[in-house]
Design a protein around this ligand. Structure first.
Ligand SMILES: Cc1cc2nc3c(=O)[nH]c(=O)nc-3n(C[C@H](O)[C@H](O)[C@H](O)COP(=O)(O)O)c2cc1C
Length: 242
């Protein structure tokens, strides 16, 4: 479909759009092709031609807060919900499309086995560690029903220096968290000693050249978490030239 000159097309990039027809007859959105890209606009765009407000997304983002591992319980995502979370989670900016990340799922009995291995590593490192300390290690992936370890898996290329690939991996962590909330769960992104320790990283699935950038713990929240202070924009935002 050709676009009409002088008629601004408004593209909301958040709502997934079916790539093929047919459109539902009562579609809330009007679809329009712009070159190869499928965008959509609201039937009643604001007169000033700015993007229409997506209130649920805005309200979610304004109130988003992590839910600590201790407040995450069963049930976790079903296989279908997990597939959705992973699909959304890896839909991130990725300069060069190198997919410089890998994801390791730790769920079910594997949580217990991984915790045992962490305790073994700590016991070798710290022979004086007491039973409480070992128990803490054994419980690293409990009680959250699902943890997704996100690895930076760098693909050396001048087009996207490693810092950019690292940022992309960080985006995967945060997007996984958003996806979990979108699917009715809660989440927190952590990175503890086992995310930095080479032996623990290898035990958890890191291959040569890879390192963990985070572990996203996902489950059903058992508490409403009080919000924390948020950044004071006056302190961190300035206008260039003033
Ligand atoms: C790379 C990274 C590592 C983090 N590791 C931890 C952690 O080990 N433990 C923790 O309680 N929070 C950790 N956090 C912070 C939480 O993800 C979370 O942001 C914070 O607890 C609450 O802030 P929020 O409600 O704005 O998400 C980490 C955050 C980042 C970005």
């Amino acid at each position: 479909m050709a676009t009409t000159p002088n008629k601004p097309i408004q593209c909301l990039i958040f709502t997934p759009i079916p790539a093929t027809k047919p459109r539902p007859p009562d579609a809330a959105f009007v679809y329009a092709w712009i070159g190869e890209k499928l965008c959509h606009k609201q039937p009643n765009p604001r007169k000033d031609h700015t993007m229409a407000i997506n209130a649920p997304v805005r309200d979610y983002l304004k109130s988003r807060r992590s839910v600590g591992i201790g407040f995450l319980k069963d049930p976790g995502p079903t296989p279908d919900e997990l597939a959705e979370i992973l699909t959304i989670g890896t839909r991130v900016p990725d300069h060069g499309k190198f997919e410089p990340w890998r994801l390791i799922l730790i769920e079910g009995d594997a949580r217990v086995r991984a915790g045992e291995k962490l305790a073994e590593i700590q016991q070798r490192r710290r022979p004086d560690i007491d039973e409480a300390g070992l128990d803490m290690e054994r419980r690293q992936f409990l009680p959250a029903p699902l943890t997704i370890g996100v690895l930076l898996s760098p693909k050396p290329n001048p087009k996207a220096p490693e810092m950019e690939q690292l940022l992309s991996a960080g985006n995967v962590c945060f997007n996984l968290s958003h996806a979990a909330f979108a699917m009715g769960f809660a989440a927190i992104w952590t990175n503890r000693w086992y995310g930095f320790d080479p032996e623990a990283q290898a035990m958890l699935g890191a291959r040569g050249g890879e390192r963990f950038v985070g572990f996203v713990h996902i489950g059903t929240p058992t508490a409403v978490i009080e919000d924390r202070d948020r950044p004071n924009l006056d302190r961190i935002v300035s206008r260039w030239g003033e």
